[in-house]
Design a protein around this ligand. Structure first.
Ligand SMILES: Cc1cc2nc3c(=O)[nH]c(=O)nc-3n(C[C@H](O)[C@H](O)[C@H](O)COP(=O)(O)O)c2cc1C
Length: 475
């Protein structure tokens, strides 16, 4: 568990996973270009020690550009998902001993709750906000401007439930920025049900588990500060903001406090996104800054997106692994899940299931499309049997080729909601879904016939000829 970004950077550097650049570079196109090239080469995290035009700041990027680095930040990924389910996953406490165990588990959950402190390094400097003083990236030549690409937007609803979300934020001027929270996301839901200017804070740089909580599709009404605590394995230190009533992470590098004016919608974009095209954006609400809190020597963390595989490919894998236990909790037949990096996460999902009844494959695809936004936005779902390795795309292709009858096994759902960024859909956010049931068919699905027996060698013969084969292959 890391207490802040600096501690994480130290750990990365000790392992040789972080490199420094001392040459002055600009956040406008230059730093993003370096980061992109390093990411495509699957290279290290990079700390830019001299940022042209921003003498107070350093910039770090590609923090999460490998699964090793993400595991260093979060530990065993599926473990975090399991921690979340612990209190619900056991049988009900009937005996006194069980009740005691349940009480201990609840106490454990309390360990993950945020801890309020009075001060914190984020309050070292409190100043009038100037969004242009932050080294936010201009990533692609035709982007509309500078974007905070990995700010964690902190909001709280009327019940007091906190949301943390990473949504790109386009800086308009010293005090205004547009928040691209898409309609299916939790912040957009809050904005839709709020009348005026919703208190909000944008955190820049923080401990890695807090940062990654911002991209996790945590279902409402789970409080995301609590979720961040579960992910890090201990409660996050938070402190009261100075311009809002919100709690903000006490050890962040910087926080901009203000509010999101849901009545003031402005055009956002174009922005080169992870579909590899310039998204033309749309109308989104404006964040109005009230105060800038920061460390004396803040470090800006930003990411770059574009055609895969960039840093978000690994972030997507983290989401997939952390939420797999939750998915299995809701759909116990699910064995494994692959959201392939080139499938753009919302584009293609491959899921393996322990099939028990006719139509089971289709049941699972519709269930996935009916879940929260992590799965429901998925355009193409491929369902395979549990003995297919979903991470081996050739095994998946083989299952599709061997087990699919298009008329019986392919489902097209017209008029469905899709990712707002999806380049293929006829209208942003509205298109169709494709499901492929590539499981072996049961007699009811197969004209009453049993599924043909699959070939397998005689084990004795295979063992007998092993030495001959080994000799042949070593030649
Ligand atoms: C690098 C990166 C950029 C993202 N940008 C956006 C964005 O601009 N808008 C958006 O709605 N989601 C964006 N997301 C996805 C959200 O972070 C993700 O859906 C998250 O679950 C949102 O939080 P919520 O579930 O609390 O709404 C981005 C994710 C990553 C990794």
């Amino acid at each position: 568990m890391f207490s802040d970004l600096r501690e994480f950077l130290k750990a990365l550097e000790e392992r040789g996973w972080l490199k420094r650049v001392s040459e002055p570079l600009s956040p406008e196109l230059e730093i993003p270009e370096v980061l992109r090239q390093v990411m495509y080469a699957r290279g290290p995290a990079v700390l830019f020690e001299s940022v042209r035009g921003f003498p107070k700041w350093r910039v770090v990027g590609n923090l999460f550009g490998s699964l090793d680095r993400i595991r260093l930040a979060l530990g065993e990924l599926e473990e975090a998902g399991r921690r979340l389910l612990e209190p619900m996953a056991s049988p009900p406490p009937l005996t006194l001993a069980d009740k005691f165990r349940a009480a201990v588990e609840l106490f454990e959950l309390g360990r993950y709750a945020p801890r309020a402190v009075r001060g914190g390094p984020v309050k070292e400097v409190v100043e009038e906000p100037n969004l242009l003083s932050i080294p936010a990236f201009k990533t692609w030549p035709k982007d509309a401007g500078q974007y905070i690409t990995f700010g964690v937007l902190i909001t709280r609803d009327s019940r007091g439930v906190y949301n943390l979300g990473v949504y790109r934020v386009q800086i308009l001027n010293e005090r205004e920025a547009v928040v691209h929270a898409q309609i299916h996301k939790r912040a957009a839901d809050l904005f839709a049900s709020s009348p005026g200017c919703v208190d909000a804070a944008i955190a820049i740089g923080g401990d890695p588990a807090f940062l990654l909580s911002g991209i996790m599709p945590t279902p409402y009404p789970l409080d995301e500060y609590l979720f961040a605590g579960v992910l890090r394995g201990g409660g996050l230190e938070v402190t009261k903001g100075v311009a809002t009533d919100l709690y903000i992470p006490a050890r962040a590098e910087a926080v901009i406090e203000g509010c999101v004016d849901v009545k003031d919608l402005r055009r956002e974009g174009p922005f080169g996104d992870h579909y590899g095209v310039y998204d033309q954006g749309g109308l989104y609400p404006v964040f109005k800054a009230k105060a800038l809190l920061r460390r004396e020597d803040p470090i800006y963390y930003g990411t770059v997106v574009g055609r895969p595989p960039l840093e978000d490919a690994y972030m997507g894998k983290a989401v997939e692994r952390v939420f797999l236990p939750v998915l299995r909790f809701l759909l116990p037949e699910v064995a494994d899940l692959n959201l392939p990096e080139f499938g753009l996460f919302q584009g293609i999902a491959i899921v393996s299931i322990k099939k028990r009844f006719p139509g089971h494959g289709k049941k699972v695809m519709f269930a996935l499309w009916g879940l929260g936004h992590m799965m429901s936005l998925t355009k193409v779902v491929i369902v395979v049997d549990h003995d297919v390795n979903v991470h081996d795309l050739n095994e998946v292709l083989f299952a599709v080729a061997q087990r699919v009858d298009p008329q019986r096994d392919v489902v097209i759902v017209p008029g469905a909601h899709v990712d707002v960024l999806d380049t293929g859909s006829p209208v942003p956010g509205y298109g169709s879904k494709l499901g492929i049931d590539a499981t072996r068919k049961l007699p009811e699905e197969y004209g009453g016939r049993p599924w043909p027996e699959e070939v397998a060698p005689d084990p004795e013969v295979a063992a007998r000829v092993k030495a001959v084969v080994e000799q042949l292959l070593s030649l």
